[in-house]
Design a protein around this ligand. Structure first.
Ligand code: C2E
Ligand code: CA
Ligand code: CA
Length: 594
């Protein structure tokens, strides 16, 4: 349009110069069209500026008002241009074919000025939600336009109207060029940076919105089944369909196979409907060509209804909620006040742990293990930590957080170091070994065997003084690799215990393939024991089974005499539980049992 206007401008000048050869009515018509066009093009640029400026403002009536204003300006101006044909108020061409400016010749500038005013008012009202590139546009286009207009008024013989338009277009083009970089090349929706920018502007403008995050689970299976090319195409289909699903909703690629939907919040009821719509769609199949596949999806969603929240805080909540959703297959996580509290509590615990590592506040306690017919011959090392008010934090609370954050690695080495130095300082032949719990993360370190041996050597301990407790969860991570690591460590004389047996879901046969010295039956197996015959039968059978495979058996969580006596009769090897002793601080344990 701008190019046509420039062409028209040039044409009008030529026609006026050739007025002796051109009929008067043609000159009037062409100039009238030209006068109308500049205001129309100006309004189009303004409309574009408004749309981009209000991109992150949900209140669409704002945009409607703006458009009404633009239309009114254009209609009024059109009326004046038509009236000009009779009155010559903007321009007229005399009988000799000479062009004259009318008294209202500058009316077009007034129209443009009115639009610029509207842009500024709108900008000031919605300042927090205006993107950086738009702010740059707002700061450059109007001053440049005004300068050019002033120049035009001062030097009317040089025609600059369309130069102004071209400059405006160029500024817009440059300002929004970097938008392409914020698109995800594969799915063609906004990428994570773009999502962050949108979020920032929505939060800054205190606009209410709903966020739905979804994560496609086990997508590697889709890639394996159909190939990566098709896998990519399915992702594209998911993004495209999600984009069409909710009116006003925008889709972003939040992670590799995670998508975020940002939707204006109309009401809680509508939000619930939106979520249901998305979930129902994701429960169906995705189709690409003749491929139709189900992809299991984890969901988290939240509604923001104002309140203090920075974009990075919001991103943390989203990551947290999505992680929770991934942990619980089939459960959609609604990020409510309650979950926010939980998140803050986890964060508090993590901060306490991080500071406590630096300040060496972690303690290792020892729970004696009673060897039947012999007495206490071993113990389990258990971490203890108090918060800064002195209240003990239960390991069942802080260990999972340490595992998620990766801090567990450091903690495990602290425990091992502590246990080794404890054994070195308290020479005794009463306590044969102390067992240490290791989590999944330690086994990711391929030098783990060497590191443990180095620690033992440094404290002049033989490898049988330390036992490593692992749960089935650790084994199942990568069975072949774990077998390899365990064999390597067994070779060095370090033995493993299988912890919490009875809480996992693994196949018994596959567990038996691992070289364990000892199996610890979990306290959950003692529910109703010994009165409940089923529970009694279970413990008896498991004990016999593990004995036949050459493993010794420890029963955990023994709390009373009747349990201990019955376990004695069944023939388990060792008992660990409050009945014999609770975990004890190092000094107490050393005094009583070493
Ligand atoms: P776990 O390895 O199964 O440790 C045994 C837990 O059972 C301990 O809880 C112990 O206090 C508790 N317990 C022992 N006897 C009884 C009993 O008779 N009745 C009941 N109700 N409980 C009993 P604790 O110390 O709270 O530790 C909980 C879990 O935290 C541990 O379970 C272990 O998974 C983890 N944990 C503790 N210390 C460490 C550590 O240094 N590293 C790692 N990776 N995990 C640790
Ligand atoms: Ca344990
Ligand atoms: Ca256990």
């Amino acid at each position: 349009m701008s190019m046509h206007c420039i062409g028209l401008n040039v044409l009008c000048v030529i026609l006026i110069r050739q007025s002796d050869k051109v009929p008067r009515w043609l000159n009037v018509l062409m100039n009238s069209i030209y006068f109308m066009m500049i205001v129309v093009v100006c309004s189009m640029v303004s409309a574009f500026v408004f749309i981009m400026m209000l991109e992150h403002v949900y209140e669409k009536y704002c945009l409607r008002r703006v458009f009404t204003g633009l239309i009114v300006v254009n209609v009024l101006y059109l009326a004046v241009v038509l009236w000009n044909i009779k009155s010559g108020i903007i321009f007229y061409i005399d009988s000799a074919g000479i062009y004259h400016r009318g008294t209202w010749n500058g009316l077009g500038y007034a129209a443009v000025a009115a639009e610029i005013c509207m842009i500024y008012i709108c900008f000031l009202k919605n300042r927090p939600s205006v993107s950086k590139s738009m702010v740059r546009v707002i700061c450059t286009i109007p001053p440049v336009t005004i300068l050019l207009c002033v120049f035009q008024v001062l030097f009317p013989e040089i025609i600059l109207n369309e130069t102004a338009m071209a400059v405006a277009n160029l500024i817009l083009f440059i300002a929004f060029q970097n938008r392409a970089l914020r698109r995800d090349y594969l799915t063609m929706v906004g990428n994570r940076e773009s999502f962050y920018e949108h979020l920032t502007l929505r939060l800054a403008g205190e606009q209410e919105f709903q966020l739905i995050l979804l994560s496609l689970r086990q997508y590697d299976i889709v890639n394996q089944n159909y190939g990566h090319q098709k896998g990519d195409e399915i992702l594209y289909a998911v993004a495209t369909e999600l984009g069409r699903l909710i009116p006003g909703g925008e889709v972003f690629r939040f992670g590799n196979v995670d998508f975020a939907m940002l939707i204006p919040l109309q009401s809680q009821e509508q939000a619930a409907i939106n979520f249901r719509t998305v979930k129902e769609r994701c429960d169906e199949t995705w189709s690409v060509g003749n491929i139709h596949t189900h992809v299991r999806t984890a969901f988290m969603y939240l509604e923001y209804q104002g309140g203090e929240c920075t974009p990075s805080q919001m991103m943390e909540y989203l990551d947290y909620g999505l992680r929770k959703a991934k942990e619980k297959p089939g459960v959609s996580i609604h990020f409510t006040e309650e979950l926010l509290k939980e998140y803050k509590e986890e964060k508090r615990i993590l901060e306490i742990m991080q500071r406590s590592v630096e300040q060496k506040r972690f303690r290792v306690w020892y729970q004696p293990v009673y060897h039947l017919g012999v007495g206490v011959r071993s113990a389990e090392a258990l971490l203890r930590l108090n918060d800064y008010e002195g209240n003990p934090l239960p390991p069942s609370r802080f260990i999972p957080i340490a595992e998620e954050s990766g801090l567990i690695d450091e903690l495990s080495w602290i425990v091992l170091e502590e246990v080794c130095s404890f054994l070195e300082q308290n020479e005794t032949d009463k306590i044969e070994s102390i067992s240490v719990n290791l989590s999944m993360q330690q086994f990711a370190d391929i030098k783990i065997s060497g590191r443990i041996q180095e620690c033992l050597n440094r404290h002049h301990l033989s490898p049988d003084r330390i036992k490593i407790e692992v749960t089935e969860r650790v084994l199942l991570q990568d069975m072949e690799y774990m077998k390899h690591v365990m064999k390597e460590m067994n070779h060095a004389g370090i033995r493993f215990y299988l912890d919490d047996f009875g809480t996992g879901y693994s196949n018994l046969a596959s567990v038996l393939e691992f070289p364990f010295e000892c199996v610890k039956l979990d306290k959950s197996l003692l529910k109703g024991f010994p009165e409940n015959p089923d529970s009694e039968k279970m413990v008896r059978m498991l004990t016999e089974l593990f004995h036949s495979f050459g493993n010794s058996v420890v029963v955990e969580g023994v709390e009373d005499a009747s349990q201990a006596e019955q376990l004695h009769r069944i023939g388990v090897d060792r008992i660990q539980g409050y009945y014999y002793s609770r975990p004890l601080p190092q000094e107490v344990f050393a005094e009583e049992f070493m």
